[in-house]
Design a binder for this molecule. Structure first.
Ligand code: ADP
Ligand code: MG
Length: 625
């Protein structure tokens, strides 16, 4: 038999690393030298490495396929070339964490497959759950119960406690051995669960999740609701069913580094071309109509609701007060209405237009509900787990909450804080945390008895306390009264939107010359949006990033005199919503949003009057007569 001979290029990677690190990471290594063990991780920018000539590219590729070896190479370099220069550098080189960040390619949780196992990957998502940080055994030392001899350290796996399988080295008896914690080694450990970001999901898809194992100085650095990129090695663990080992494996990612997304994180990208389109749109005298006609065009009517939703989408401006408190910019809006009038449809449409939109139902939400919960379940292996609910996951976006009247009691009280302070505080057992929920809440609810009763006061028919209602900037009461003309229009509109879809499908199967999708949409214009959802989303993002309008004196005067008038009118305690300074704050937010739609930096009387008109129609029903 002939032996195959491979050409193996022997490369001294430690030497390469020495060259690279002394060139680019001298400062970081110096900091670790002086601040160890407080500082014990070296974070290496993957892009920098892959830009470092041919060798850099090779190593960058090695990281993806053989991360363990590369980390060993770096440690060798640190040790052999004394890159960390104080006493016990030997020990330091062993213990310093080598972390890689800023990988160019990210993979979606749903695309992870078995061939990714043991490779280095980068996944993006929202943190849904985090456990408490607890010590985990990494090297166990045992004592023989017969002769008292201490064993050598046994390396411990991720999940299973490994006991000595050999008899005692001293007395050679197969006896029980006891763990000696004081001589064993522990590492801080935490488990996380990330969930795909809503942006990447096609309508209605359930987000998938991935568990993350985090150790040492990476623990305790993130909170539920954070947008993160997790870089690390995909690992697998064998499932066990009733004590029997299964052929199925579970996967998790062993985190090597975590990047926390900031405000603008992976949000809509706007090209120069887009900017021009947006600027042109904003100068269109019809822009307000165009915008509201582009919201749920398949839903007929509801003009005020759609106009109001356009304000919610653009939002007001959050303000920091000199005393450190802050005032929210997000606009909360509630639709209370008879069943079957397309409330749910509208909600579902709106979240598609909003960056970071989340749809949830007050009734069927996950165990975390709307806000957040702390539980002790199998996820945490006995540790407390903090789980983010919809309002935390929608941080910096819109939370559309359907069936709000049916939400759990605990959520109801937590909502007060979530809506006004935009935080959610949890204090339970071992966990105290404050999560952020800087989102606009768009709620929908049915009347208490299922339908509105014309003869009973509205206040008795909304199944929510005044304290909660007063936190909404706009409340729409939507009654479904049979009205022949309107009913016919809605009916025709519904049939039309059905036929658009049918025609397109039909035409795909049996094409007719000259008739294409574009033609059909054109012919049936009323049900297609005037502004494409993609452009719409960019428009909103652009306005929110660039436009911070302030009140003109005249606009201020208009708002104040309306508010004073409102106060004098609202002395009736039987109304569901008290008139307080909240309404004035709400009017300012709405005016800011109105100016933003035009990309104007000044709030004019025009804006003030527009929003007063909308707000007044709502307030007339819920706050005064
Ligand atoms: P709700 O949540 O208010 O109970 P849904 O959103 O479930 O109502 O709507 C019920 C159905 O009626 C949906 O299929 C919706 O498209 C249709 N519908 C109701 N009102 C309208 C309308 N004004 N225009 C178009 N469709 C409507
Ligand atoms: Mg509904």
């Amino acid at each position: 038999m002939e032996e195959e001979i491979f050409d193996i290029e022997i490369t001294d990677r430690a030497a390469d690393w020495n060259t690279f690190l002394t060139k680019h990471y001298r400062k970081e290594l110096g900091e670790i030298s002086t601040e160890y063990p407080h500082l014990r991780s070296l974070e290496i920018d993957y892009r920098e490495l892959s830009n470092w000539g041919k060798t850099g590219l090779e190593i960058a590729d090695e990281i993806l396929h053989n991360p363990g070896k590369v980390i060993g190479d770096v440690r060798d370099a640190v040790r052999n070339y004394n890159l960390i220069f104080t006493k016990d550098e030997e020990e330091k080189a062993e213990n310093i964490n080598i972390r890689f960040r800023c990988l160019p390619k990210k993979i979606d949780v749903r695309d992870i497959r078995s061939h990714h196992i043991n490779t280095f990957i980068s996944v993006e998502g929202i943190l849904r759950k985090t456990t408490e940080v607890r010590p985990r055994l990494t090297q166990a030392v045992f004592r023989c119960l017969q002769c008292g001899t201490i064993t050598a350290p046994y390396k411990q796996d991720y999940s299973r406690f490994q006991e000595p399988y050999r008899p005692c080295a001293q007395c050679e008896r197969q006896t029980k051995m006891d763990l000696v914690p004081a001589l064993s080694t522990f590492v801080d450990a935490q488990k996380l669960r990330i969930q795909e970001s809503p942006e990447g999901l096609r309508g209605g898809e359930q987000p998938q999740t991935l568990d993350v194992d985090v150790i040492d100085d990476l623990t305790g650095t993130v909170a539920p609701g954070d947008r993160v990129i997790i870089n690390g090695i995909l690992r697998s663990v064998q499932r066990v069913n009733h004590g029997n080992k299964s052929t199925l494996f579970d996967i998790y990612i062993e985190a090597n580094s975590i990047e926390i997304g900031e405000k603008e994180f992976e949000e809509v990208e706007i090209s120069e071309e887009d900017e021009k389109i947006i600027r042109d749109l904003s100068n269109d005298p019809e822009i307000y109509d165009k915008i509201s006609h582009s919201i749920a065009p398949s839903i007929y009517g509801m003009q005020d609701v759609k106009t109001a939703i356009s304000l919610v989408l653009f939002g007001g401006i959050a303000k920091e007060m000199p005393d450190g408190s802050s005032l929210r910019g997000d606009i909360h809006m509630l639709l209370v209405g008879d069943p079957g009038i397309a409330k749910s449809q509208v909600l579902r449409y709106v979240i598609k237009l909003s960056p970071r939109g989340i749809y949830t139902s007050g009734k069927s939400s996950t165990s975390a509900g709307l806000t957040a919960t702390a539980v002790k379940d199998e996820f945490g292996d006995g540790r407390w787990t903090l789980e983010a609910g919809a309002l935390v996951l929608a941080d910096m976006g819109i939370a559309a909450v359907d069936e709000m009247d049916k939400m759990a009691k605990e959520d109801r009280s937590a909502l007060h804080e979530a809506m006004e302070q935009q935080t959610i505080s949890i204090a339970k057992a071992g966990i105290t945390a404050t999560l952020r929920s800087r989102c606009a809440l768009l709620g929908a609810a049915n009347p208490k008895m299922g339908r509105f009763d014309e003869y009973a006061p509205i206040a008795e028919q909304i199944n929510m306390p005044p304290s909660l209602l007063s936190r909404f900037d706009l409340i729409f009461i939507m009654e479904d009264k049979p009205e022949q003309k309107l009913d016919r229009a809605i009916g025709e509109h519904i049939l039309k939107s059905h036929s658009v879809g049918e025609l397109i499908q039909h035409n795909e199967k049996f094409p007719i010359e000259g008739i294409n999708e574009e033609y059909i949409l054109q012919q049936l214009a009323p049900v297609t949006p005037e502004i494409e959802p993609e452009v719409f989303r960019k428009y909103i993002a652009y306005a929110k990033r660039n436009c911070f309008p302030i009140l003109s004196d005249d606009a201020r005067e208009t708002l104040i005199s309306y508010y004073l008038n409102l106060r004098s009118l609202a002395d009736d305690n039987s109304k569901p919503v008290p008139v307080t300074a909240r309404q004035l704050e709400g009017l300012v937010r709405l005016s800011e949003a109105s100016a933003r739609i035009r990309l104007s930096n000044e709030i004019e009387v025009f804006d003030a009057e527009r929003v007063i008109q909308i707000a007044d129609r709502c307030l007339k029903k819920v706050a005064y007569d």
